[in-house]
Design a protein around this ligand. Structure first.
Ligand code: FEO
Ligand code: CA
Ligand code: CA
Ligand code: CA
Length: 711
């Protein structure tokens, strides 16, 4: 397809955009997070923004510019490295009953630092997926497609909850591909289903008050996650469902039983009338991003869980009310979704502890359909974006996590036990329990430049670089609370309150936090924060009214993921490259694609950083998309748009497969625009009728260049 360049249209649109919702439509705000950003930020702690405590003036600008970025990223980092399911020790082709999942055997995969070759896709507002010349794409699976054996075909006008529990859920977000054989011709596709858009799912929807029980139950069933066996199409990079409701296929929804693990399992804070043990929870909610573990499981984060809970009366005691307030849970009104009408546990007046059972990182074993998914209390409870793993110098597992709300924090967990690379069933059982016990930390970022460098207008000096040091503040260490007045259970269940007390740094909505698989440098996407004032700007969050977001790179001291100290630097300050407050890793901004609101990130086998965006339509007037940010050599910082998603959609995933030949993108909420409805859809993606959230695969077709994503 041809490139598009509608920069003039974009500039014309800019003044018309509503920035107060962080670049989202009103429908997005209502359905995704229950208008969380319309309320005052939940974090009213006195913790620093660090603009007021920056240290001595040590200007280190220049260090990270151009090719120097490559040196800093690669040379300055440990190769201790991170592990994903794609780097597992080789195991049997026969996955059924195998102790450890297999590693794909893909000789000739892309070399590290392979140059980017594609011509970038232009900014556009098309109702289509657009990829560069020399690439093709197809829909792998869409909302309503059968997942379980015997599931009915999707019928928009005859939906049932029973059918939805067997079909692909709504609003796909995090995507992972886990190998099923060594040739990597068969794989497991994991997809989060974050939330639902009832206005687009049901004709005549007028709100929860008018919803039928069946509609409420359909929406509940459309949340959660899906596991689908997929197979390669010929010898291409295209993948499709293996079909027929394969053995590994699963639908996880609000009726799926989870086992609570870790120090807070069984806590009085988690006990309910239906579960007096405090160890068994039905469902996971609002699962946004995630990661995979070296032992082949999926970690998935419960994000805006607060929106599912309401109260039929004001009967909450003051302690509980304060805890609810810190998480944005209503105590006096019903919800936009109305689930409390279908299940009393969603009414906090009737079941006070039910909200405490959501907001966790969940661990799913896609290789064992009979396994019980876990909620990992050792990793703390907040509005989890995702969770990604790294191996520490002494063989333990570190997990990096962001709390996605304005002025929230970045966390790290380090397991007590060591990872076992062996392939026995015993080793895998050991690894499956690794995240039940360990230490929890939260990040404090300290700048080392004078506050005066931060322009009072909130603009970054055009040649400026912001960097500094930081520390991981202990919340729980060695099984003991490090927060005065809070027990271990309280620290974990109310981690935000513990982090307030510890003095963590308030960030601009921490989304994906992910370690580079070779260098170990941890990259974090800060998607935006339009409420930060000039007085609150600091080096790590240097822009007031940050509508466009930024990306920070963090290097642990000594290259060890278990370190308690780190250095950090900003590598990208997003927005229109013509805006002087933007920074593209020192690269010539006249040559980059525009990016705004970075959300999900991923690395490919060549070591390149991929970014997916959530909010470009509202913040810069063009569709969201997937971008590559080379980290090495002369091309470092040369950001290019690889794909764009249809009208109203957010670009999620993204995922580049371990053989480098396929990119997967979750097209979330196509057509999510104010005023849209089934009778007046804003998007008809992908099949020309009602918009359906979908996972698409993108692959290289040539005719020139190599076979890999990015060529
Ligand atoms: Fe669900 Fe933080 O995006
Ligand atoms: Ca600095
Ligand atoms: Ca996200
Ligand atoms: Ca998002």
């Amino acid at each position: 397809m041809p490139d598009h360049d509608d920069a003039p249209v974009r500039r014309w649109l800019l003044p018309l955009l509503d920035a107060d919702r962080g670049g989202r439509s009103a429908m997005t705000c209502r359905y995704r997070c229950a208008d969380a950003c319309a309320h005052e930020p939940a974090n009213t702690s006195g913790n620093a923004y660090f603009g007021d405590v920056v240290e001595a003036a040590v200007s280190r600008r220049g260090l990270l510019r151009g090719g120097a970025l490559a040196a800093a990223v690669v040379v300055g980092s440990s190769a201790a490295g991170t592990l994903t399911a794609g780097t597992l020790a080789t195991a049997s082709d026969d996955v059924a009953g195998a102790a450890t999942p297999p590693t794909p055997d893909h000789p000739g995969g892309p070399e590290y630092g392979r140059p980017v070759g594609f011509r970038p896709v232009g900014d556009n507002t098309l109702d289509a997926v657009v990829v560069p010349n020399g690439y093709d794409w197809s829909v792998t699976i869409a909302w309503g497609d059968p997942v379980l054996r015997g599931a009915p075909e999707f019928d928009f006008d005859d939906q049932t909850a029973a059918a939805q529990r067997e079909q692909f859920g709504y609003n796909c977000d995090f995507v992972a591909v886990l190998p099923l054989d060594r040739r990597f011709d068969r794989a497991l596709l994991w997809v989060n289903h974050e939330y639902t858009n009832e206005e687009l799912m049901f004709r005549g929807w007028t709100g929860a008050a008018g919803a039928t029980r069946q509609q409420l139950r359909i929406a509940m069933a459309a949340h959660g996650g899906s596991i689908v066996e997929i197979e390669r199409v010929g010898d291409t990079g295209e993948w499709r469902p293996a079909g027929g409701g394969r053995r590994h296929n699963q639908r996880i929804h609000t009726g799926t039983r989870f086992r609570v693990t870790g120090p807070a399992a069984g806590s009085a804070l988690l006990r309910t009338e239906a579960d007096p043990s405090g160890t068994a929870v039905l469902g996971m909610l609002n699962n946004c991003a995630g990661g995979t573990t070296p032992w082949g499981t999926v970690l998935t984060g419960e994000e805006n869980f607060h929106q599912y809970f309401g109260a039929s009366a004001d009967v909450i005691d003051s302690t509980t009310a304060a805890r609810y307030a810190r998480y944005g849970i209503r105590t006096t009104t019903g919800t936009e979704r109305g689930w409390e009408r279908a299940e009393p546990r969603f009414d906090v007046a009737r079941e006070q502890n039910e909200p405490n059972r959501f907001g966790w990182i969940c661990q799913i074993d896609p290789y064992d359909p009979r396994s019980t998914p876990q909620k990992l209390t050792a990793l703390g409870r907040f509005k989890h974006e995702g969770a990604t793993t790294a191996l520490t110098a002494d063989g333990r597992i570190a997990v990096y996590m962001g709390d996605d709300e304005r002025f929230e924090y970045v966390y790290k967990f380090v397991s007590s036990g060591r990872y076992r690379a062996g392939r026995s069933a015993r080793d895998r059982r050991h690894n499956l329990a690794l995240l039940e016990d360990g230490d929890l930390y939260v990040a404090r970022f300290t700048g080392d430049s004078p506050a005066a460098e931060i322009d009072g207008s909130g603009r970054l000096p055009s040649d400026g670089l912001f960097d500094g040091t930081g520390e991981w503040l202990a919340l729980v260490v060695g099984g003991e609370s490090r927060v005065d007045g809070m027990s271990v259970e309280e620290v974990l269940v109310f981690a935000r309150l513990a982090a307030d007390a510890a003095g963590a740094t308030k960030m601009d909505r921490p989304e994906d936090v992910e370690p580079h698989p070779v260098t170990g440098t941890v990259f974090m996407a800060l998607t935006n924060n339009d409420r930060r004032t000039p007085a609150q700007a600091d080096e790590a969050n240097p822009r007031a009214t940050n509508r466009w977001g930024h990306v920070i790179a963090l290097d642990e001291d000594g290259g060890d993921a278990a370190a308690l100290g780190f250095t950090w630097r900003i590598v990208l300050v997003a927005g229109d490259p013509d805006d002087p407050s933007t920074y593209y890793a020192g690269f010539d901004k006249s040559r980059v694609s525009m990016i705004s609101c970075p959300d999900n990130i991923a690395f490919d086998p060549s070591g390149r950083l991929w970014l997916a965006t959530d909010g470009m339509p509202g913040s810069v007037g063009v569709n969201d998309g997937m971008f590559v940010l080379p980290l090495d050599g002369d091309d470092a910082g040369h950001l290019r748009r690889f794909a764009s998603v249809p009208v109203g959609a957010e670009c999620c995933g993204p995922c580049v497969t371990p053989d480098g030949r396929t990119a997967l993108i979750a097209v979330q909420h196509p057509g999510e625009e104010d005023g849209a409805s089934p009778d007046a859809p804003a998007s008809t993606f992908p099949y020309g009728d009602q918009p359906r959230p979908s996972v698409v695969t993108v692959w290289r077709t040539g005719p020139t260049g190599g076979p890999y994503i990015g060529d």
